[in-house]
Design a protein around this ligand. Structure first.
Ligand code: PLP
Length: 388
């Protein structure tokens, strides 16, 4: 009685870990949502929009002030000018922007190239849209790809490559040279690049975010996915967008319209104000996350994890082979139930669970008291290892 597509994937492991964290009273370092307050000005802007009665449907592809603010910000930060009337679709989070994009461009038989480990949504996105994924490994410690492996994943059926930079879960920030190599393959095989840039402002150690749309020759074949969730610490607002050339935008807008009609109108209005934040806002965001990154790196190293230092986003991938567990799921279970810290098993980021069996992902988008509680609990990890 059920859809064969829906039967092919499970519930989100990441979001399941949050539910388990609540059940066991664990410190939640699994799902990537901040547990600290969102910026006061942005919350005030949302309150004001509701008071001003911006409470009815916005234009289905997005309120004009937010589309204009996206154009202005994309040009200021990436030097790429887009048309707010023909190249932007505001969606219910970047999650919907990605899904609407895939549904808008995929035909039966189409393939997509996906780097792995990958943000888990891309798997169900591929299944629901009917794309066949071709996975290409990013290898630790610096999460580089093998050029021959990537080139071999492209072919006459490739419709798009999905890129995520700065990357979840690895913290990798793709370099210009890497983007240019990918560009050459997209041009050669006439493929789109769908690039999820939701962590664009969360960068460390001088890493620079370069949008694929800015790489020579890619303006007309790049679909940028972005949103408010991470940059403005409002993951529950569900405001995201796709920036794409006019032809795919027309298709994305149609899919989006019949999926959701539109994102919350007052929150789009507040988004227009948020996107005009001064540079100091983004600098502080990165500085504050640098402090949290250092803190969690120290906690995890002291607790015996092998850590892969991230250069962007707010996650730390770790290697757990030293602890001697059968796999990542068994380890994550003990961690959440006995130690009281929730993490995401590495296997949820891979097509073949065995590839992530020695990894778990922690997030550090949490306040100091949360990180301190995790530190205290993780310091008792050896007791639980001994008693197994
Ligand atoms: C890479 C990546 N893309 C998209 C999302 C979801 O974004 P949104 O809240 O805009 O749907 C996340 C959330 O964790 C993410 O890590």
């Amino acid at each position: 009685m059920l859809s064969a597509k829906a039967e092919q994937f499970t519930e989100s492991v990441i979001r399941e870990m949050t539910r388990l964290a609540m059940k066991h009273g664990a410190v939640n370092l699994s799902q990537g949502f901040p547990d600290f307050a969102a910026p006061a000005e942005i919350k005030e802007a949302a309150r004001q929009a509701i008071s001003d009665d911006i409470n009815q449907y916005a234009i289905t592809w997005g309120a004009k002030p937010l589309r204009d603010a996206i154009v202005e910000k994309f040009e200021r930060t990436q030097g790429v000018r887009v048309d707010p009337e023909r190249e932007i679709t505001i969606c219910c989070g970047s999650t919907e922007a990605m899904m609407s994009t895939m549904l808008a461009i995929i035909n039966p038989g189409d393939e997509i190239v996906v780097f792995e480990p990958f943000y888990e949504n891309y798997g169900p996105d591929a299944i629901l849209s009917g794309a066949t994924p071709r996975f290409v490994k990013l290898s630790p410690p610096d999460w580089t790809y093998d050029e021959r492996e990537l080139a071999a994943a492209f072919g006459p059926h490739t419709k798009a490559i999905i890129l995520n930079t700065p990357n979840n879960p690895t913290g990798k920030v793709f370099t210009r040279a890497e983007l240019e190599f990918i560009r050459d393959l997209c041009v050669r095989w006439n493929a789109y690049c769908i690039t999820d840039e939701i962590y664009e402002h969360i960068l460390y150690d001088g890493a620079e975010h370069i949008s694929m749309a800015r790489i020579g020759g890619m303006r007309d074949r790049t679909i940028v996915i972005n949103g408010m969730s991470k940059t403005y610490s409002v993951t529950g607002w569900r405001v995201g967008w796709a920036i794409a050339p006019p032809e795919p935008t027309a298709a994305i807008r149609k899919v989006h319209d019949f999926l959701t009609v539109g994102a919350a109108a007052p929150l789009q209005q507040a988004g227009a104000i948020a996107l005009k934040s001064p540079q100091s806002y983004y600098d502080k965001l990165a500085t504050d996350y640098t402090v949290r990154r250092e803190r969690l790196l120290k906690i995890l190293t002291a607790a015996g994890f092998t850590v892969y230092k991230p250069f962007g986003a707010y996650y730390i991938m770790t290697d757990i082979s030293g602890f001697g567990f059968p796999d990542d799921v068994a380890f994550a279970k003990v961690l959440v139930e006995k130690v009281g810290v929730a993490v995401v098993p590495g296997s949820s980021f891979y097509n073949d669970a065995r590839d992530g069996a020695n990894q778990v992902r922690f997030t550090f988008c949490k306040k100091e008291t949360t990180l301190a509680a995790a530190e205290e609990r993780l310091s008792r990890l050896p007791e639980h290892l001994g008693s197994r």
